[in-house]
Write a protein of this length. Structure first.
Length: 245
C-alpha cells in the first residue's frame, strides 16, 4: 500500500487516553463509559468510509476498458507466410512482404528500453530513449485528461477518492487504542464482521500494527507493561509521525 495522508488524531488521542488509563485499576477500566473510548468513533468512521468506497466502486464498474497511453518505437513489415510442400514431405515456410509497414507500440518505459533500434548506441541510444519516454509521458497526460472528462472517468475519480479516504480511516483505526474492554470487544467484533484481519486492512504490516494495538489495549486494562513494538510496527509508527509533522 502507498503512504497515506493522515493527521492520526485518532491514534494520538487513543495513546493519550491510554497513558491515563494505564494508571487506573482494571476494574475502573472495565466500568469506564464506552462513550469515552475512542475506538468506537474510529470503527464508525471506517465503516462509513468503507461503505462509501464500495458504493463508488460499484458505480464506476462500467463496461469497457480504461484507455492506455502508448508510443511508437518502430515499424514492422506486413505480409504473409507461405508454406511450400517439398516432394520429400518436408515443408518450407517463408515470409512474403506486401510493401506495407505497421507500427510497434509500447505502453511503459521498460518496453521502450527493450525496443531501442540496434544501430543506436552511446549518446544516440540515450537520446532516443529519452525522447520516447518524454513522448509517452505527454501521451499519458493527454489520455488521462480526456478520460477524466468521460462519465466513466468521473466515476472512477470519485471511487479513487473514496478509496483514499477508506485507507486513511483504516490507518486511523489500526492506531486507535481501545481504553475499555467493551471497546476491545467491539474492535474484535468489527474485525470478525469484515471476515478477518487481512480482509479488513489487506496489508501484512498493517495487520501487525493492529495486533500490537489490541495487545497494548489489553495490557493497559490489565495493568501489564506495554508490549514492545517489533521492527515492522515501529517503522509504520515512524512513517506516520513523519506524515503527521
Amino acid at each position: 500500500m502507498s503512504a497515506h495522508r493522515t493527521t492520526r488524531r485518532a491514534m494520538l488521542a487513543g495513546a493519550a487516553t491510554l497513558s491515563a488509563t494505564t494508571a487506573i485499576a482494571a476494574g475502573a477500566a472495565i466500568a469506564a463509559p464506552v462513550d469515552d473510548d475512542p475506538i468506537f468513533a474510529a470503527i464508525d468512521a471506517h465503516r462509513r468510509a468503507k461503505r462509501a468506497w464500495e458504493k463508488a466502486s460499484t458505480e464506476a464498474d462500467l463496461p469497457g476498458l480504461t484507455p492506455s497511453a502508448r508510443v511508437i518505437v518502430g515499424y514492422q513489415k506486413e505480409g504473409e507466410y507461405l508454406t511450400t510442400h517439398a516432394e520429400d514431405g518436408g515443408l518450407t515456410v517463408r515470409f512474403v512482404p506486401n510493401g506495407k509497414d505497421h507500427p510497434t507500440y509500447v505502453q511503459c518505459p521498460e518496453d521502450i528500453e527493450c525496443n531501442v533500434p540496434k544501430d543506436l548506441d552511446g549518446r544516440d541510444r540515450d537520446a532516443w530513449i529519452a525522447d520516447r519516454k518524454a513522448e509517452l509521458e505527454q501521451e499519458e497526460e493527454r489520455v488521462a485528461a480526456e478520460y477524466a472528462q468521460t462519465e466513466r472517468g468521473k466515476l472512477q475519480a470519485i471511487a479513487d477518492a473514496a478509496d483514499d479516504l477508506e485507507m486513511e480511516r483504516a490507518w486511523d483505526l489500526i492506531w486507535t487504542v481501545p481504553t475499555t474492554l467493551g471497546g476491545v470487544a467491539a474492535l474484535l467484533a468489527y474485525i470478525r464482521k469484515n471476515g478477518s484481519l487481512d480482509e479488513l486492512v489487506e496489508d501484512d504490516a498493517w495487520i501487525n500494527a493492529l495486533e500490537w494495538t489490541i495487545e497494548k489495549a489489553v495490557c493497559a486494562i490489565a495493568g501489564l507493561p506495554e508490549p514492545p513494538m517489533d521492527k515492522i510496527v515501529a517503522r509504520l509508527w515512524n512513517e506516520g509521525e513523519v506524515a503527521a509533522s
